[in-house]
Design a protein around this ligand. Structure first.
Ligand code: GUN
Ligand code: FE
Length: 426
């Protein structure tokens, strides 16, 4: 027997970055965890199936957060008057060191997973800390949430405080042990991702060893790239042999090609770096709020889109203050307008369609056929009730979605499905 689910409501999604597909008071049909189709009138053959009627609510694809730090959730919204490297040293590293304590990690990660579950996010790529068992605790919580995530034990063997620095050999060995633990756990929705923090905190020797781990277990990679000008200068000093920042990852086989890779930020990527990312199929996680908060700059996202690079959005908590992906969309539009106005009027500001595409299908592609309601896509859907935000005038579906981008939080999320399974939001 086929497993059929039918949702009724105002369906809106993007196939391309250029336009919304809208079906008002339509039927969204899920078969065996995948989108079967969208219908204005339900086909006769489906007449006997029960319908989940969501009335006048909006139904959109689930969002993919391509870049978020779970251990930083505890201090989100604080220390936002600092620049990146100072913020890492004074706020981030001391907090992450606390996760050595499994009990602390358990308490903090429970809160993180609970709030992520209630958000519009259905998929996320998540940084843990260097600590192996606490990272498994994070994975346990995320598995119970029903979301699909990729989670990384972080690697750091230089330029970090003593309590947050591993030996080179130790870092690689702990990663292998962590991979064995993960295999043993047999998670269904929680996948490992190799996570060298960034070049300033990973030696060449460590990167070389991590490539061995990557090849042995065939896992994807996530890291940071060209976020901040001082960071880029530092990488030049640390790796004088490299052509540019991304060339360091590429030299060690951790930069796309047959290794699926996400690089967060790419605010200051030069032409060589951009063309290497394009050649290698690297995914860019654009994290606009973080880029403003820690004074990184504004990434040339219009250029990346025009070049046909893979671009998704990330909250980058706690560089970003919230896991709410609607905020990431709004910030992406706002940042692009400032960039156009102040520094480069050759790149036009982003549209609502483009940021919605990046938050759904653009980032979702890292997980496969995810982030759209086209037939065959994995059935990740979010039901939004926007009635809290009262208005006297008529609004069309597109305007209602635009309002959500600027105004929605978890209160609007009244239903959520991941791979066809309903998430319990009670
Ligand atoms: N670069 C290295 N580590 C981090 C981090 O935790 N957050 C951000 N935004 N950038 C980083
Ligand atoms: Fe980050």
């Amino acid at each position: 027997m086929d497993d059929i689910k039918i949702l009724k409501g105002n369906i809106i999604y993007t196939k391309t970055k250029d336009e919304f597909e809208i079906c008002e008071h339509g039927y969204l049909v899920c078969k065996d965890g995948k989108v079967e189709g969208i219908y204005q009138t339900l086909p006769f053959r489906l007449g006997g199936e029960p319908i989940e009627d969501h009335g006048d609510c909006l139904i959109i694809p689930g969002m993919t957060d391509l870049h978020i730090h779970a251990p930083q959730y505890t201090f989100r919204g604080t220390g936002m008057d600092l620049e990146l490297l100072e913020w890492l040293e004074t706020n981030t590293f001391p907090e992450e060191a606390k996760y050595k304590d499994v009990l602390y990690a358990n308490e903090a990660y429970a809160k993180f997973a609970k709030n992520l579950k209630h958000s519009s996010t259905t998929r996320a790529c998540v940084f843990g800390t260097i600590h192996r068992r606490p990272t498994l605790v994070l994975m346990d919580h995320l598995e119970r949430s029903g979301l699909v995530t990729m989670v990384g034990k972080v690697n750091m063997d230089r330029n970090s405080p003593d309590e947050l620095r591993e030996g080179t050999q130790e870092s690689a060995e702990e990663t292998v042990e962590w991979m064995k633990d993960v295999q043993h756990k047999k998670y269904k929705n929680t996948l490992p991702i190799l996570t060298p923090r960034f070049i300033p905190s990973c030696t060449d020797e460590l990167l070389d060893m991590l490539k061995m781990v990557q090849m042995r277990y065939q896992i994807p990679v996530q890291s940071h790239l060209s976020e901040n000008l001082s960071e880029i200068e530092w990488v030049k000093e640390l790796c004088p042999w490299s052509e540019f920042y991304g060339d360091v990852y590429d030299t060690f086989g951790l930069f796309g090609k047959d290794t699926r890779t996400i690089m967060a930020h790419c605010v200051h990527s030069d032409e060589r770096e951009i063309s290497r990312m394009k050649e290698n199929g690297v995914f860019i996680a654009h994290c606009p709020e973080s880029n403003m908060n820690v004074s990184s700059g504004i990434a040339p996202i219009r250029k990346f889109l025009e070049e046909g690079l893979h671009v998704g959005l990330g909250s980058d908590v706690a560089g970003g203050s919230t896991e709410n992906m609607f905020r990431a969309m709004a910030h992406a539009v706002q940042a692009s307008k400032l960039r156009w106005r102040i520094c480069d009027d050759s790149l036009e500001a982003l549209t609502s369609e483009e940021v919605f595409f990046m938050a759904t299908k653009g980032g979702g592609e890292f997980f496969g056929k995810v982030g759209s309601f086209e037939p065959g896509y994995e059935f990740d859907a979010v039901v939004l009730d926007d009635s809290r935000l009262a208005h006297p005038q008529e609004l069309d579906i597109r305007s209602r979605l635009e309002r959500m981008i600027y105004l929605a939080d978890e209160r609007e999320v009244v239903g959520k499905y991941v791979k066809g399974k309903e998430i319990d939001l009670s």
